[in-house]
Design a protein around this ligand. Structure first.
Ligand SMILES: *Cc1c(COP(=O)(O)O)cnc(C)c1O
Length: 461
């Protein structure tokens, strides 16, 4: 038996960005002023920022050099052709329309493919994706496997579709009522959980038989491919790039937020294999984003994206990326901290219900935990629980989601293993004094997507 080799970053550091260190007194004041909402903290008062992995990646020297090669022509920028070439080479989709970010692509694709009254089944919802499906007149239907809703289940492919649930929808409503099946790789809201190749192949078979398109939310496709390589039988010998291309080949079109896997700070695109869909998208992008050869981006942004796509499917890169998330997750498990299992690909999710069993869900345990973590060490996390879930439009009551989580999302290529140690130690300190965390009451509630701007006060303070 050879010993398992450690992962390490396949890069060295050439430029650094200083962080501001704060005192506990400063942080207590800052979180109070932010209404106990980490979204309202100025980033200068954050030490380690794990709010999101979106647009927070560190670009490589090649990408920065690419910015200097920006061709800022209004039409036909050479960087557009580089982007198209990268997408065809690594993802295999035929036609490409750039957009300013993922939701720009979701808007256009939803409007083209969804007719009023149609259903859009998917492997769990994502906030912006579902909103655009609804704005286009569709209704989202959850067809993910049941394991995805259970934080204790260690099923390795919690992103899988339950084909029985899809078949039941087809039987009840007819295939014509289904706009398309929406498949995310990996599933963000379930905790960064992958779909297996076998499941996707079976889905392809069913959808082809029924004449239903599969549209791919490919925001974290490289991470999904790596999880397949590590976990799925018979896939270990393949490169992540090879698996990425096969995943894409099993779908008909895609939307991409390049702010995640593709390692840029802004950008996205829509892709399709169908000429008719492309033609319509090319028409519509002019209304919402810009000409079809820039889609709301500068030429330099498209160049950085083309290079980022190439780097994102590299095996050494993706191994270190997922390895770092796993490192933090394992450390927390060893400390006895309750987290969502298995460890996902882009972040570690604290199970706030198990962390703070004495705080009822109406006292916003995940929100309170995120605030406490910030006070302890300046680490910024995000609530994914009752505050994010919002209210039922009809009854006006809170939704009470099964999952009450604090998300520690790791930006790509930004932090070191030592930063992860600091995060884990802070979580442990908060865990040791968890009995003293009382929960919060909401003092200001915005009407839409309340988690961004809601304000709170400690209970019984
Ligand atoms: C971030 C994200 C989107 C939306 O992309 P933006 O670039 O933020 O507009 C869509 N789907 C998933 C799974 C995402 O994580």
């Amino acid at each position: 038996m050879t010993k398992k080799a450690s992962w390490a970053e396949p890069f060295k550091i050439k430029m650094v960005e200083p962080l501001f260190m704060t005192t506990r007194e400063q942080r207590v004041k800052a979180i109070e002023e932010a209404g106990y909402n980490t979204f309202l903290l100025p980033s200068e008062l954050v030490y380690i920022d794990l709010l999101t992995d979106s647009g927070t990646s560190a670009m490589s020297d090649r990408q920065w050099a690419g910015l200097m090669l920006g061709d800022e022509a209004y039409a036909g920028s050479r960087n557009y052709y580089h982007l198209e070439e990268a997408i065809r080479k690594y993802y295999g989709y035929k036609y490409v329309v750039p957009t300013h970010q993922g939701r720009g692509a979701e808007n256009i694709l939803s409007q083209i493919l969804i007719k009023k009254g149609q259903l859009v089944p998917g492997n769990m919802y994502f906030t912006t994706t579902r909103l655009h499906q609804e704005l286009a007149g569709g209704t989202f239907a959850d067809i993910i496997v049941d394991e995805a809703h259970d934080p204790r289940s260690t099923f390795p492919f919690k992103g899988n579709v339950d084909l029985g649930k899809l078949q039941a929808l087809i039987d009840a409503h007819g295939a014509e009522r289904i706009a398309y099946v929406s498949i995310a790789t990996t599933v963000n809201m379930a905790g960064g959980q992958p779909i297996s190749l076998a499941n996707l192949k079976a889905l392809r078979k069913l959808c082809t038989k029924q004449g239903i398109r599969i549209i791919h939310d490919m925001t974290r496709v490289a991470e999904n491919a790596y999880m397949i390589k590590m976990l799925e039988e018979g896939q270990g010998h393949r490169s992540a790039a090879d698996i990425v291309k096969e995943i894409c080949s099993l779908t008909d079109g895609a939307t991409m937020s390049a702010k995640k896997d593709a390692l840029v700070n802004i950008g996205g695109f829509m892709a399709t294999n169908e000429w008719d869909v492309f033609e319509e998208a090319r028409n519509m992008v002019v209304v919402y984003e810009g000409l079809h050869t820039y889609g709301g981006l500068a030429g330099r942004d498209m160049e950085a994206m083309a290079i980022g796509i190439t780097e994102s499917v590299d095996d050494d890169h993706i191994r270190a990326r997922v390895g770092q998330v796993e490192y933090l997750g394992k450390k927390l498990i060893d400390m006895g901290i309750p987290i969502v299992l298995p460890i996902g690909s882009h972040g570690v999710f604290l199970d706030a219900k198990a962390f703070l069993p004495h705080v009822p869900q109406t006292a916003f345990p995940a929100q309170a935990l995120a605030a406490e973590l910030y006070i302890d060490s300046g680490v910024r996390a995000m609530e994914r629980g009752i505050v994010s879930a919002g209210r039922n439009k009809e009854t006006g009551d809170h939704y009470y989601p099964e999952l009450e989580l604090v998300r520690l999302t790791i930006p790509r290529r930004v932090y070191t293993q030592a930063h992860m140690d600091v995060v884990a130690e802070s979580v442990e300190r908060v865990y040791e004094r968890r009995d003293r965390i009382t929960g919060l009451k909401m003092t200001y509630e915005p009407k839409y997507l309340r988690f961004f701007q809601a304000r709170f006060e400690p209970l019984g303070a």
